[in-house]
Design a protein around this ligand. Structure first.
Ligand code: MF3
Ligand code: CO
Length: 257
């Protein structure tokens, strides 16, 4: 077996069953956060909501203390407006008109689920709503391409071409990724590419597909907290992610209720 293939962990049926449960618990934690998100609520409180749900079910977040420039301090990521990903939960209060991205992971019996959504808080602008809708549809269109025999470029192309057709941008710096016993496994799955190019999708792969979409630019920068990624032009951003199994029957979304 070539080194490239060797570095990808294909999952057995029984491992997929465990990952399905990790994914379901991830979805439950996200649902609890979604229900709690409202004007006046702090992102730190949302982090506590997720932690309480996880504690109740005897699981924990792979985000907490994740290695980086500094260990990641939260159990979820909360990214508001121009914050694309990796926003740190804290004292900031949500307000009417914000858009909030929540990224959440769970470790269950040694396997990880990883998922994210973006929602509006109160009444949001038509542009913000369009951004959220485009990002959601981009994830759906990419997901449809996640069948054995396709290539990663088919997925990335589906995502980016749709996003570009609406005048928005995908980051090329942050990507989706394999997920399993580790939150980040090989291979990386970019939100760009050319049909028929990239790695071959095979039965048993489990991959987090996560379109990260920006209104005005593809460029990002990291804030002084060393984690929060923002659009370089300050424009609105959105993020939508599922952990997906590639099976002979097609893509199976593991991070659903
Ligand atoms: N879940 C994120 C991803 O999709 C990673 C979170 S970064 C962490 O890759 F530091 F918060 F863990
Ligand atoms: Co991810």
């Amino acid at each position: 077996m070539v080194a490239f293939e060797h570095s990808i962990n294909l999952k057995s049926e029984s491992e997929l069953a465990v990952m399905r449960e990790a994914g379901r618990l991830t979805a439950m934690a996200l649902a609890a956060v979604r229900a709690a998100a409202a004007p006046g609520v702090t992102t730190g409180e949302l982090n506590e909501v997720a932690e309480a749900l996880m504690r109740e079910h005897g699981v924990y977040s792979p985000f907490k203390n994740y290695p980086g420039p500094t260990p990641y301090p939260g159990s979820i990521c909360t990214s508001i407006n121009e914050e694309l990903v990796h926003g740190i939960p804290g004292k900031r209060k949500l307000k009417d008109g914000d858009i909030l991205s929540v990224d959440c992971g769970v470790v269950y019996e040694g396997f990880v689920g990883d998922s994210a959504f973006t929602i509006g808080i109160g009444e949001i602008s038509p542009l913000a709503q369009k951004l959220i809708d485009v990002t959601r549809t981009a994830l759906e269109l990419g997901t449809e391409k996640m069948v054995p025999g396709n290539h990663s470029g088919d997925v990335g192309y589906a995502v980016e071409s749709y996003v570009r057709s609406h005048g928005f941008y995908c980051t090329h710096v942050y990507t989706g990724h394999g997920v399993g016993r580790e939150m980040h496994e090989n291979p990386m799955l970019p939100n760009y590419g050319q049909p028929g190019q990239g790695f071959l999708l095979r039965e048993g792969m489990t991959i987090a597909l996560e379109p990260m979409v920006l209104v005005g630019t593809q460029h990002t920068r990291v804030l002084r907290d060393q984690w929060t990624v923002v659009s370089r032009d300050g424009s609105l951003t959105a993020h939508q992610e599922n952990t997906i199994a590639i099976t002979k029957d097609g893509p199976v979304i593991l991070t659903s209720l």
